[in-house]
Design a protein around this ligand. Structure first.
Ligand code: ATP
Ligand code: MG
Length: 312
């Protein structure tokens, strides 16, 4: 699968409040790729850097170090990132759909806005095009004249998805798109994201707190802890045989896992591909921590479909 997006050794630091607060290293040496048409799940606790990474991909922040490539072209100048966003190549949906919709605009105007910005005209106007996009996200044309506050949370998120799909993006960045929705609405929105990928072949970075949401949706999953990707691999491998203790901790909060299941060791071999200097970011919380975990960063070990960072 050719890569649509490559993130190479990206770091991002936010400086403390004029010396009163410590600097935050929100991203540390983050590298991964997303293939064309691939759904990559990204999970990690609050503050682990998921939104910072999403904002980098949207060109809303620039990395302090590292490079991002979209279709092989470097993104880091910020200029190209903005261009990708303006051209609709990279689109986003967020946790709070109401906050990302203009409250005074009607649904028809909201979904047609990307066409207006791009100066795209259609014979007979954009109404038919908007109707088609709304139908694709499961909304009838009776929504067209409503304002965002006249829609349910699920409908609002569907409008955001319709607007994101309008210019047929190559990559959709979905930062916790279902966290604010009731459990019964979550499945519908996730199924819609998957159906959009199946239909248009767009790649998706799907951010979520709950690893269980990725089952049956994501092709691969990346786990972040303190700004670092500590494990990445095929969804089935991560959910069946998590290797990093932090992945196990996240999974232990996700039914139907039991402690015994998480202690199973897979039979496949691993190969150490690199080591670096500092301590492991997870050692203080890790139930398996040994002296070596404090003394030097763990090696990066290659697995069948990705890697993890741990001595064990
Ligand atoms: N603009 C900013 N200025 C200063 N610090 C920031 C800024 N944006 C993020 N941070 C810090 O960077 C770290 C990562 O934040 P980020 O929002 O990326 O986490 P997250 O994984 O998305 O968390 P959540 O699950 O709560 O959304 C946090 O410690 C946060 O306080
Ligand atoms: Mg976030």
């Amino acid at each position: 699968m050719p890569s649509i997006l490559t993130v190479s050794h990206c770091s991002k630091r936010f400086s403390g409040d004029g010396g009163r607060a410590l600097d935050v290293l929100a991203l540390q040496d983050v590298s991964f790729e997303i293939g064309e048409g691939e759904i990559l799940g990204l999970a990690g606790e609050s503050g682990s850097g998921k939104t910072t990474l999403s904002r980098l991909l949207l060109g809303l922040e620039e990395p302090d170090e590292g490079e991002i490539y979209y279709h092989g072209t470097s993104f880091t100048s910020g200029k190209y990132a903005k261009q990708c966003r303006m051209n609709g190549g990279i689109q986003a949906i967020f946790q709070d759909p109401l906050a990302s919709l203009n409250p005074v605009m009607r649904v028809e105007e909201i979904v047609a806005e990307p066409f207006r910005i791009q100066n795209l005209r259609f014979p007979g106007g954009s109404r038919r095009k908007v109707e088609k996009l709304l139908a694709q996200v499961g909304l009838g044309s009776e929504c067209m004249n409503k304002r965002p506050d006249q829609l349910s949370g699920g409908e609002q998120q569907r409008v955001c998805i319709a607007r994101a799909l309008a210019l047929q993006p190559g990559l959709l960045v979905a930062d916790e798109p279902v966290s604010a929705l009731d459990a019964e609405l979550q499945g519908g929105i996730l199924a819609l994201i998957k159906a959009s990928r199946d239909q248009y072949g767009l790649a998706v970075l799907l951010v979520a707190h709950d690893l269980g949401l990725f089952r049956g949706i994501a092709d691969r999953v990346a786990i972040m802890y303190q700004g670092e990707i500590v494990e990445i691999g095929k969804t089935k491998e991560i959910l069946s045989f998590p290797r990093h203790p932090y992945t196990k901790e996240l999974l232990s909060a996700t039914p139907p896992y039991t402690r015994e299941m998480l202690l199973r060791v897979p039979e496949t071999s691993v190969e150490t591909i690199s080591t670096s200097k500092n301590s492991c970011s997870y050692w203080a919380r890790c139930p398996y921590a040994a002296e070596c975990c404090q003394d030097a960063a763990p090696p990066v070990k290659k697995t069948d479909s990705g890697f993890y960072r741990c001595y064990f």
